[in-house]
Design a protein. Structure first.
Length: 154
C-alpha cells in the first residue's frame, strides 16, 4: 500500500512541475525586445517594428511605444527571426538573424539605431566684411549705433 501511494504522489508532483514550467527559461517560447533610437541616441516613438520568422513564414508588426520600446512574445525557439524597423524620415533598419534557444529564450536588441533618410543640407551664408562688421556692432551694442547717428558718423 505504501509503495503505491508513493508512486501516485511522485506522479502528481512531476505532473505539477511540468504544468508550472510552461513559460520559463527552457520552455518552448521566447521573447525579443529592444528600443528604437536615432544616431544621436534620441528615442524614436511610433516607429513600425516588424518581426519576420523564416519558418513558417510568420510576420507580425507593432508600434514602438513613447519610450521607443517594443516587444514580441510567444516566439518559437530554434527558428531564425529578424527585426525590421521603419519610421517616417528615417532609413529602414534590419537586424541580423536572431536564434532563440532554450538557454537564451529572451533577446534584447541594444543596437536598434536608425539613420535619417535624407542628410541635412549645409547652409552657406554670404556677406561682405562691411555687412558682417555692421551687424556685429548692431547686435553687440545697441547704444553705439545711437551714438553714431547723433554724431552723424553712420
Amino acid at each position: 500500500m505504501l509503495p503505491d501511494f508513493l508512486i501516485v504522489l511522485v506522479f502528481f508532483c512531476a505532473l505539477r512541475g511540468f504544468a508550472e514550467n510552461t513559460n520559463r527559461p527552457g520552455s518552448a517560447v521566447g521573447t525579443i525586445g529592444g528600443t528604437v533610437v536615432d544616431v544621436n541616441d534620441e528615442i524614436v516613438p511610433g516607429a513600425t517594428v516588424t518581426l519576420r520568422c523564416q519558418c513558417p513564414g510568420k510576420q507580425e508588426s507593432t508600434i514602438a511605444r513613447d519610450t521607443g520600446a517594443f516587444e514580441f512574445t510567444n516566439l518559437s525557439l530554434g527558428t531564425p527571426h529578424e527585426i525590421g524597423v521603419s519610421a517616417s524620415g528615417f532609413r529602414d533598419w534590419t537586424s541580423a538573424p536572431i536564434m532563440l534557444t532554450p538557454r537564451q529564450s529572451t533577446f534584447i536588441l541594444t543596437n536598434v539605431q536608425i539613420q535619417m533618410s535624407k542628410p541635412v543640407a549645409p547652409v552657406t551664408v554670404c556677406a561682405s566684411r562691411e555687412q558682417i562688421a555692421t551687424e556685429q556692432v548692431h547686435l553687440e551694442d545697441p547704444g553705439f549705433c545711437s551714438a553714431m547717428r547723433s554724431s552723424g558718423r553712420e
